[in-house]
Design a protein around this ligand. Structure first.
Ligand code: CP
Length: 314
Protein backbone atom coordinates (compact mmCIF):
# COMPACT_ATOMS: atom_id res chain seq x y z
CA UNK A 1 0.00 0.00 0.00
CA UNK A 2 2.06 2.89 -1.26
CA UNK A 3 -0.59 4.84 -3.09
CA UNK A 4 -1.37 7.60 -0.61
CA UNK A 5 0.13 9.89 2.02
CA UNK A 6 -1.69 8.65 5.10
CA UNK A 7 -0.04 7.08 8.10
CA UNK A 8 -2.31 5.38 10.61
CA UNK A 9 -0.92 7.56 13.41
CA UNK A 10 -0.70 11.28 14.14
CA UNK A 11 2.70 11.07 15.87
CA UNK A 12 5.76 8.83 15.55
CA UNK A 13 6.29 7.68 19.12
CA UNK A 14 7.44 4.13 18.44
CA UNK A 15 7.53 1.41 15.80
CA UNK A 16 5.18 -0.58 18.04
CA UNK A 17 2.37 1.80 16.96
CA UNK A 18 3.03 1.51 13.21
CA UNK A 19 1.36 -0.97 10.89
CA UNK A 20 3.30 -2.88 8.25
CA UNK A 21 1.59 -0.62 5.68
CA UNK A 22 2.85 2.49 7.53
CA UNK A 23 6.41 1.13 7.39
CA UNK A 24 6.08 0.29 3.68
CA UNK A 25 4.73 3.80 3.03
CA UNK A 26 7.71 5.37 4.84
CA UNK A 27 10.11 3.11 2.88
CA UNK A 28 8.44 4.14 -0.37
CA UNK A 29 8.85 7.86 0.36
CA UNK A 30 12.37 7.29 1.69
CA UNK A 31 13.30 5.95 -1.75
CA UNK A 32 11.84 9.03 -3.41
CA UNK A 33 13.68 11.39 -1.04
CA UNK A 34 16.93 9.41 -1.46
CA UNK A 35 16.73 10.34 -5.15
CA UNK A 36 16.15 14.00 -4.19
CA UNK A 37 19.20 14.21 -1.90
CA UNK A 38 21.41 12.77 -4.61
CA UNK A 39 20.40 15.41 -7.17
CA UNK A 40 22.50 18.55 -7.79
CA UNK A 41 19.60 20.55 -6.26
CA UNK A 42 18.86 18.66 -3.06
CA UNK A 43 15.92 20.72 -1.85
CA UNK A 44 12.15 20.39 -2.40
CA UNK A 45 9.41 22.80 -1.25
CA UNK A 46 7.28 20.07 0.39
CA UNK A 47 7.26 21.58 3.92
CA UNK A 48 7.42 25.26 3.04
CA UNK A 49 5.46 27.18 5.76
CA UNK A 50 5.80 24.29 8.23
CA UNK A 51 7.83 25.05 11.38
CA UNK A 52 9.69 22.25 13.14
CA UNK A 53 11.34 22.42 16.56
CA UNK A 54 14.17 20.01 17.37
CA UNK A 55 14.28 19.57 21.14
CA UNK A 56 17.29 17.64 22.36
CA UNK A 57 17.35 17.01 26.12
CA UNK A 58 20.05 14.34 25.67
CA UNK A 59 23.26 14.23 23.62
CA UNK A 60 23.13 13.39 19.94
CA UNK A 61 25.28 13.86 16.86
CA UNK A 62 23.79 11.80 14.02
CA UNK A 63 20.08 12.07 14.85
CA UNK A 64 20.09 15.81 15.56
CA UNK A 65 22.05 16.71 12.43
CA UNK A 66 20.11 14.25 10.30
CA UNK A 67 16.72 15.66 11.36
CA UNK A 68 17.89 19.23 10.85
CA UNK A 69 19.23 18.45 7.39
CA UNK A 70 16.05 16.52 6.48
CA UNK A 71 13.92 19.50 7.56
CA UNK A 72 16.02 21.96 5.58
CA UNK A 73 15.95 19.72 2.49
CA UNK A 74 12.14 19.85 2.76
CA UNK A 75 12.21 23.70 3.07
CA UNK A 76 10.73 23.72 6.59
CA UNK A 77 11.52 26.53 9.04
CA UNK A 78 13.67 25.02 11.78
CA UNK A 79 14.38 25.97 15.38
CA UNK A 80 16.83 24.06 17.55
CA UNK A 81 16.82 23.69 21.31
CA UNK A 82 19.29 21.85 23.48
CA UNK A 83 18.65 21.47 27.19
CA UNK A 84 22.26 22.12 28.15
CA UNK A 85 22.04 25.91 27.66
CA UNK A 86 18.30 26.41 28.28
CA UNK A 87 16.00 27.39 31.15
CA UNK A 88 15.54 23.68 31.96
CA UNK A 89 18.55 24.30 34.19
CA UNK A 90 16.39 26.83 36.11
CA UNK A 91 13.76 24.16 36.79
CA UNK A 92 11.32 24.69 33.89
CA UNK A 93 9.21 21.55 33.24
CA UNK A 94 9.11 19.66 29.95
CA UNK A 95 5.51 20.70 29.24
CA UNK A 96 6.17 24.37 30.06
CA UNK A 97 9.28 24.33 27.88
CA UNK A 98 7.43 22.79 24.97
CA UNK A 99 4.32 25.00 25.37
CA UNK A 100 6.53 28.09 25.25
CA UNK A 101 8.08 26.80 22.03
CA UNK A 102 4.65 25.93 20.60
CA UNK A 103 3.42 29.45 21.38
CA UNK A 104 5.80 30.44 18.59
CA UNK A 105 3.48 28.48 16.21
CA UNK A 106 5.42 25.28 15.78
CA UNK A 107 3.75 22.47 13.79
CA UNK A 108 6.06 19.52 14.52
CA UNK A 109 8.28 18.71 17.50
CA UNK A 110 11.21 16.30 17.17
CA UNK A 111 12.34 15.32 20.65
CA UNK A 112 15.12 13.28 22.22
CA UNK A 113 14.81 12.75 25.97
CA UNK A 114 16.48 10.51 28.55
CA UNK A 115 13.15 9.39 30.06
CA UNK A 116 11.34 6.41 28.48
CA UNK A 117 7.80 7.57 27.64
CA UNK A 118 8.69 11.28 27.34
CA UNK A 119 7.51 11.48 23.72
CA UNK A 120 4.22 9.75 24.53
CA UNK A 121 3.71 12.06 27.52
CA UNK A 122 4.24 15.10 25.34
CA UNK A 123 1.94 13.86 22.58
CA UNK A 124 -0.93 13.71 25.10
CA UNK A 125 -0.37 17.29 26.28
CA UNK A 126 0.55 19.49 23.34
CA UNK A 127 -1.11 20.28 20.05
CA UNK A 128 1.67 19.46 17.56
CA UNK A 129 2.92 16.37 15.75
CA UNK A 130 5.57 14.65 17.89
CA UNK A 131 8.47 12.63 16.48
CA UNK A 132 10.41 10.58 18.99
CA UNK A 133 14.14 10.94 18.32
CA UNK A 134 14.96 8.47 21.11
CA UNK A 135 13.42 8.26 24.60
CA UNK A 136 15.72 6.64 27.15
CA UNK A 137 15.80 2.86 26.84
CA UNK A 138 12.36 2.75 25.16
CA UNK A 139 12.33 3.41 21.37
CA UNK A 140 14.31 5.09 18.61
CA UNK A 141 11.87 4.66 15.72
CA UNK A 142 13.65 6.59 12.98
CA UNK A 143 16.85 4.61 13.66
CA UNK A 144 14.95 1.34 13.13
CA UNK A 145 13.35 2.69 9.95
CA UNK A 146 16.69 3.80 8.53
CA UNK A 147 18.24 0.48 9.52
CA UNK A 148 15.47 -1.45 7.75
CA UNK A 149 15.72 0.82 4.70
CA UNK A 150 19.52 0.30 4.60
CA UNK A 151 19.14 -3.48 4.87
CA UNK A 152 16.52 -3.54 2.11
CA UNK A 153 18.74 -1.43 -0.13
CA UNK A 154 21.48 -4.06 0.15
CA UNK A 155 19.70 -7.42 0.44
CA UNK A 156 16.16 -6.77 -0.85
CA UNK A 157 12.83 -7.59 0.79
CA UNK A 158 13.34 -8.50 4.45
CA UNK A 159 10.67 -11.23 4.47
CA UNK A 160 12.48 -14.36 5.75
CA UNK A 161 15.87 -12.62 6.07
CA UNK A 162 17.86 -13.30 9.24
CA UNK A 163 19.02 -10.41 11.38
CA UNK A 164 21.02 -10.71 14.58
CA UNK A 165 21.25 -7.76 16.97
CA UNK A 166 24.43 -8.04 19.03
CA UNK A 167 25.36 -6.53 22.36
CA UNK A 168 23.62 -4.50 25.01
CA UNK A 169 19.99 -5.38 24.28
CA UNK A 170 18.93 -4.47 27.83
CA UNK A 171 19.63 -0.76 27.60
CA UNK A 172 18.98 -0.34 23.87
CA UNK A 173 16.11 1.64 22.37
CA UNK A 174 17.63 0.78 18.97
CA UNK A 175 17.24 -2.95 19.68
CA UNK A 176 13.58 -2.68 20.69
CA UNK A 177 12.60 -0.50 17.72
CA UNK A 178 14.57 -2.75 15.35
CA UNK A 179 12.86 -5.87 16.69
CA UNK A 180 9.37 -4.37 16.20
CA UNK A 181 10.25 -3.08 12.73
CA UNK A 182 11.98 -6.23 11.45
CA UNK A 183 9.26 -8.54 12.77
CA UNK A 184 6.59 -6.42 11.07
CA UNK A 185 8.54 -6.72 7.81
CA UNK A 186 8.70 -10.52 8.15
CA UNK A 187 12.38 -10.93 9.09
CA UNK A 188 13.65 -13.58 11.52
CA UNK A 189 15.37 -11.83 14.42
CA UNK A 190 17.90 -13.09 16.95
CA UNK A 191 19.71 -11.30 19.73
CA UNK A 192 23.22 -12.15 20.89
CA UNK A 193 25.11 -10.93 23.93
CA UNK A 194 26.00 -11.65 27.53
CA UNK A 195 23.08 -13.12 29.55
CA UNK A 196 23.22 -10.05 31.79
CA UNK A 197 22.51 -7.75 28.84
CA UNK A 198 19.58 -9.73 27.38
CA UNK A 199 16.15 -9.21 28.98
CA UNK A 200 14.78 -12.50 30.40
CA UNK A 201 11.38 -12.03 28.67
CA UNK A 202 12.84 -11.21 25.24
CA UNK A 203 11.30 -14.36 23.68
CA UNK A 204 7.87 -12.75 24.14
CA UNK A 205 8.88 -10.45 21.26
CA UNK A 206 9.33 -13.50 19.00
CA UNK A 207 13.13 -13.38 18.79
CA UNK A 208 15.72 -16.15 19.21
CA UNK A 209 18.61 -15.84 21.66
CA UNK A 210 22.05 -16.98 20.46
CA UNK A 211 24.77 -16.51 23.07
CA UNK A 212 27.72 -17.56 20.88
CA UNK A 213 28.72 -14.76 18.49
CA UNK A 214 30.34 -17.06 15.91
CA UNK A 215 27.12 -19.12 15.68
CA UNK A 216 25.08 -15.93 15.43
CA UNK A 217 27.24 -14.53 12.61
CA UNK A 218 27.08 -17.86 10.72
CA UNK A 219 23.25 -17.79 11.00
CA UNK A 220 22.69 -14.16 10.00
CA UNK A 221 22.28 -12.23 6.76
CA UNK A 222 22.77 -9.04 8.76
CA UNK A 223 24.53 -8.33 12.07
CA UNK A 224 23.51 -5.07 13.73
CA UNK A 225 26.18 -4.34 16.35
CA UNK A 226 25.07 -2.20 19.31
CA UNK A 227 27.16 0.15 21.36
CA UNK A 228 27.98 -0.83 24.93
CA UNK A 229 26.09 1.94 26.75
CA UNK A 230 28.32 2.59 29.74
CA UNK A 231 26.30 5.70 30.61
CA UNK A 232 23.13 3.63 31.18
CA UNK A 233 24.84 0.93 33.26
CA UNK A 234 24.57 1.34 37.02
CA UNK A 235 26.73 -1.76 37.69
CA UNK A 236 29.14 -4.12 35.90
CA UNK A 237 27.26 -6.40 33.46
CA UNK A 238 30.39 -8.20 32.21
CA UNK A 239 33.84 -8.79 33.73
CA UNK A 240 35.86 -6.35 31.55
CA UNK A 241 35.95 -4.64 28.17
CA UNK A 242 38.68 -7.10 27.15
CA UNK A 243 36.39 -10.02 27.96
CA UNK A 244 33.48 -8.38 26.09
CA UNK A 245 35.64 -7.74 23.03
CA UNK A 246 36.83 -11.38 23.01
CA UNK A 247 33.32 -12.82 23.23
CA UNK A 248 31.13 -10.25 21.45
CA UNK A 249 33.44 -8.03 19.41
CA UNK A 250 33.57 -8.53 15.62
CA UNK A 251 37.04 -8.63 14.08
CA UNK A 252 38.25 -9.64 10.64
CA UNK A 253 39.47 -13.10 11.76
CA UNK A 254 35.95 -13.88 12.93
CA UNK A 255 34.46 -12.79 9.61
CA UNK A 256 37.05 -14.66 7.51
CA UNK A 257 36.15 -17.91 9.30
CA UNK A 258 32.56 -17.70 7.97
CA UNK A 259 31.25 -19.26 4.73
CA UNK A 260 29.17 -16.12 4.10
CA UNK A 261 29.90 -12.78 5.73
CA UNK A 262 26.77 -10.95 6.94
CA UNK A 263 26.17 -7.28 6.30
CA UNK A 264 27.65 -5.40 9.28
CA UNK A 265 25.70 -2.47 10.71
CA UNK A 266 26.06 -0.15 13.70
CA UNK A 267 23.80 2.77 14.70
CA UNK A 268 26.75 4.79 16.03
CA UNK A 269 28.49 6.12 17.93
CA UNK A 270 30.95 3.19 17.69
CA UNK A 271 33.24 2.15 20.51
CA UNK A 272 36.04 1.22 18.10
CA UNK A 273 37.90 -1.85 19.31
CA UNK A 274 34.96 -2.96 21.49
CA UNK A 275 31.89 -3.88 19.37
CA UNK A 276 33.88 -3.73 16.13
CA UNK A 277 37.52 -3.37 15.18
CA UNK A 278 38.31 -0.39 12.95
CA UNK A 279 39.28 -2.88 10.24
CA UNK A 280 35.71 -4.22 10.20
CA UNK A 281 34.00 -0.85 10.71
CA UNK A 282 35.84 0.63 7.73
CA UNK A 283 35.59 -2.47 5.51
CA UNK A 284 33.36 -3.20 2.52
CA UNK A 285 31.26 -5.48 4.75
CA UNK A 286 30.07 -2.54 6.90
CA UNK A 287 27.37 -0.10 5.76
CA UNK A 288 27.59 2.28 8.70
CA UNK A 289 27.91 5.46 6.63
CA UNK A 290 25.18 4.27 4.23
CA UNK A 291 22.95 4.12 7.32
CA UNK A 292 23.79 7.76 8.08
CA UNK A 293 23.09 8.84 4.49
CA UNK A 294 19.81 6.91 4.40
CA UNK A 295 18.82 8.46 7.73
CA UNK A 296 18.30 11.84 6.07
CA UNK A 297 15.99 10.37 3.41
CA UNK A 298 14.04 8.32 5.95
CA UNK A 299 13.57 11.33 8.25
CA UNK A 300 12.44 13.41 5.27
CA UNK A 301 9.83 10.72 4.58
CA UNK A 302 8.62 10.63 8.20
CA UNK A 303 8.38 14.42 8.50
CA UNK A 304 6.73 14.77 5.12
CA UNK A 305 4.09 12.15 5.91
CA UNK A 306 3.33 13.50 9.40
CA UNK A 307 3.36 17.17 8.44
CA UNK A 308 1.16 16.47 5.42
CA UNK A 309 -1.52 15.52 7.92
CA UNK A 310 -1.40 18.81 9.86
CA UNK A 311 -4.42 21.11 9.71
CA UNK A 312 -2.02 23.59 8.17
CA UNK A 313 -1.89 21.55 4.99
CA UNK A 314 -5.41 20.12 4.87
N1 CP B 1 22.39 6.55 16.31
C1 CP B 1 22.19 7.63 17.10
O1 CP B 1 21.10 7.82 17.65
O2 CP B 1 23.26 8.46 17.23
P1 CP B 1 23.26 9.83 18.04
O3 CP B 1 23.12 9.49 19.50
O4 CP B 1 24.57 10.48 17.72
O5 CP B 1 22.08 10.63 17.57
Amino acid sequence: MVNDHTLSCKHLIGIKDLTKEDIKLIMHWSGKFKEVINRPIKKVPSLRDITIANLFFENSTRTRLSFELAEKRLSADVINFSAANSSVGKGETLVDTVNNILAMKVDVVVMRHAEPGAAQFLSQRVDARIVNAGDGTHEHPTQALLDAYSMQSKIGDLQGKKVVIVGDINHSRVALSNIYCLKKLGAEVAVCGPTTLIPKQIHHLGVHVIHNLDEALAWADVANMLRVQHERMDKAYFPSIREYRMQYGVNMDRLKALDKIPLIMHPGPINRGVELTSEVADSKHAIILDQVENGVAVRMAVLYLLASQTDHNT
